[in-house]
Design a protein around this ligand. Structure first.
Ligand SMILES: [Ca+2]
Length: 302
C-alpha cells in the first residue's frame, strides 16, 4: 500500500498550501491563528494539539480555515488522535470542505445541511448492522440533505470503510490523507496500523465541490466521550506535470484521467481512428448535402 501511495503522485508536483496547513505551536504571539478560527469547546495546547473535544460528555468543537480552498487539485494529510478512558467511546470527528464554516451543529459538532464534502471518522455505532466500527465515510451534501445520525449516515454515504484500531492507536500516529483531483476523483487513505503503512479507504469517481469551500474539522461527544485531537495538517496544491513539449514542464493544474495503478491510458489510437472516421462522415455528409442542394436549386429554375 505504501508503494501505491507514492505512485499516486507520479507526475504531480506538490506545492505546500500554508493557508490550509497547521502545525505546533498553532498560534502566533497574539494567541491567534493566522489561517484558522476555532470555536465552542475547542482548546489549543500549543506544544501538542488542537483538541476539538475533551474526554467529557456533551462536548462539541470546531476548527475552520479562514480562507477557502483555492487549489483545483489538492492533497491534505491530517494527523489526529482519538483517545479516551473507559470502554465506550464516541462520537467521532469530521473533516470538512464546505461552503459553510464555523457553524456548530449536530453532525460531529458541525452544522447539518451543509453544502460540500464531509468525511466522518465515526467511532460510535448507532445502528448499522453488519458494519464494524470505527467507520470512515464520506458524504456529499447539497444544503438540503440531512445527515442521519441514528443510522450512522448510511443513506447518504458516498463511500467508506471500516478502520478498526483508528482510535486508541497507541504509539502509531493516526493519519488520514485525502487526494482530490477536480472532476476526476477523491481518494482517502488511512494510516493507523503501522507507521508508513497506508491503507486505501476508498476512491470515488468524480465529485464536484462547491466553488467556495473551507477546510474544517469538528468533533462531538454525547453520553460517550473521547478526546478528539488535531495534531498536524499538511495541505498541498497538486500541479500535474504537462509532458506535451517533451520537457518536464509544470503547467496549470488540469483535470485529466486519474490513473493510480499505472495502467495504460485508454487507447489513443482508437480515438485517432474515430476522429478520421468522424471526419469522413462529415465530408461525405457535406458532399451529399451540397449535391442535393444543387439538384434542388437546379430543379427550381424550371
Ligand atoms: Ca455514529
Amino acid at each position: 500500500m505504501g508503494v501505491q501511495a507514492i505512485t499516486t503522485l507520479e507526475g504531480v508536483r506538490q506545492i505546500p498550501l500554508r493557508s490550509h496547513s497547521l502545525s505546533a505551536p498553532y498560534l502566533d504571539s497574539d494567541l491567534q491563528s493566522r489561517y484558522f478560527d476555532f470555536g465552542e469547546d475547542t482548546i489549543v495546547r500549543a506544544d501538542q494539539y488542537i483538541r476539538l473535544t475533551s474526554d467529557r460528555q456533551g462536548q462539541s468543537g470546531w476548527l475552520f480555515s479562514k480562507m477557502p480552498m483555492t487549489a483545483t487539485n489538492w492533497m491534505i494529510e491530517v494527523e489526529f488522535k482519538i483517545h479516551g478512558a473507559g470502554h465506550l467511546h464516541g462520537d467521532g470527528m469530521a473533516i470538512w470542505l464546505t461552503e459553510e464554516r464555523g457553524k456548530s451543529g449536530k453532525v460531529f459538532g458541525s452544522a447539518d445541511n451543509f453544502n460540500g464534502l464531509g468525511i466522518f471518522i465515526d467511532t460510535y455505532k448507532n445502528s448499522r448492522p453488519g458494519v464494524s466500527f470505527p467507520y470512515v465515510m464520506a458524504m456529499l451534501g447539497n444544503s438540503s440533505v440531512s445527515y442521519d445520525k441514528d443510522h450512522d449516515g448510511k443513506d447518504t454515504e458516498l463511500a467508506g470503510c471500516s478502520a478498526r484500531g483508528i482510535r486508541g492507536a497507541g504509539t502509531v500516529s493516526t493519519k488520514i490523507r485525502m487526494t482530490y483531483y477536480a472532476e476526476t476523483s477523491l481518494r482517502v487513505d488511512l494510516q493507523y496500523k503501522n507507521v508508513d503503512e497506508w491503507t486505501e479507504c476508498f476512491e470515488t469517481e468524480q465529485i464536484k465541490l462547491p466553488q467556495t469551500a473551507y477546510l474544517g474539522f469538528s468533533a462531538e461527544t454525547g453520553e460517550l466521550s473521547d478526546n478528539h485531537d488535531i495534531i498536524n495538517v499538511a495541505a498541498h496544491n497538486l500541479h500535474i506535470r504537462q509532458n506535451t513539449s517533451g520537457r518536464d514542464k509544470v503547467g496549470k493544474p488540469q483535470a485529466r484521467p486519474y490513473n493510480p495503478g499505472g495502467t495504460k491510458a485508454p487507447g489513443s489510437w482508437r480515438w485517432f481512428f474515430l476522429k478520421i472516421i468522424l471526419f469522413g462522415v462529415v465530408v461525405v455528409g457535406g458532399y451529399v448535402g451540397y449535391t442535393m442542394y444543387r439538384a434542388s436549386k437546379r430543379g427550381s429554375r424550371f
